[in-house]
Design a protein around this ligand. Structure first.
Ligand code: S3P
Length: 177
């Protein structure tokens, strides 16, 4: 089976849905950020600090092309992955792409948790008010890229195990269509 790429803004549930869907469909799971961190033995935060965002995007580009060669795998991309270079076209040419689209309220709720914020260098220093504004602006810029995904799925409801299980079944059903 061709790879399934999950795309969408930070906090939209790519990792949560990716893990859950991979168990449900008996596929391997790769979180692109964790793959990069294991490869470079540095956190995303450290890579941003050492190489700048441009350096991180180049690494992300290369690693995406590496995992894009795999079969039977679900790849949770970083929030920015589809928005740089021709990454979105690449993913569409290699496999299935799913845009996990969560409401602004859900994104803000998930990203304002201090640990969620701290590990994401792009938002680490923002107050919750600034974060809310930042999400609105970023989504305007990024939506055109996310929208190129072949399937769009509402991932606003992932707040407990029951909701995750429900969403997983719904998405698995849509992917099978
Ligand atoms: C980023 C999202 C992060 C990570 C990096 C940059 C972004 O991934 O790749 O901090 O530009 O939106 P998550 O979407 O998994 O948080």
């Amino acid at each position: 089976m061709k790879p399934i790429f999950l795309v969408g803004y930070m906090g939209c549930g790519k990792t949560t849905m990716g893990r859950s869907l991979s168990k449900f469909l008996k596929l391997d799971f790769i979180d692109l950020d964790l793959f990069i961190e294991a490869r470079f033995r540095r956190s995303v935060k450290e890579i941003f600090a050492e190489k700048g965002e441009d350096g991180f995007r180049r690494i992300e580009y290369n690693v995406l092309r590496e995992v894009g060669e795999f079969e039977n795998v679900i790849v949770a991309c970083g929030g920015g992955t589809p928005c740089y270079f021709d990454n979105m076209e690449y993913m569409n040419s290699r496999g299935y792409t799913v845009f996990l689209n969560a409401s602004h309220e859900a994104l803000l709720r998930r990203l304002s948790i201090p640990t969620a914020k701290a590990k994401r260098p792009i938002i680490a220093d923002k107050t919750n008010e600034e974060l809310s504004q930042f999400i609105t602006e970023a989504m305007k810029l990024r939506a055109p890229f996310y929208s190129k995904a072949s399937l769009h799925f509402d991932s606003s409801y992932l707040e407990d195990v029951t909701q995750v299980a429900e969403s997983t079944k719904k998405l698995a059903f849509l992917l099978a269509e």
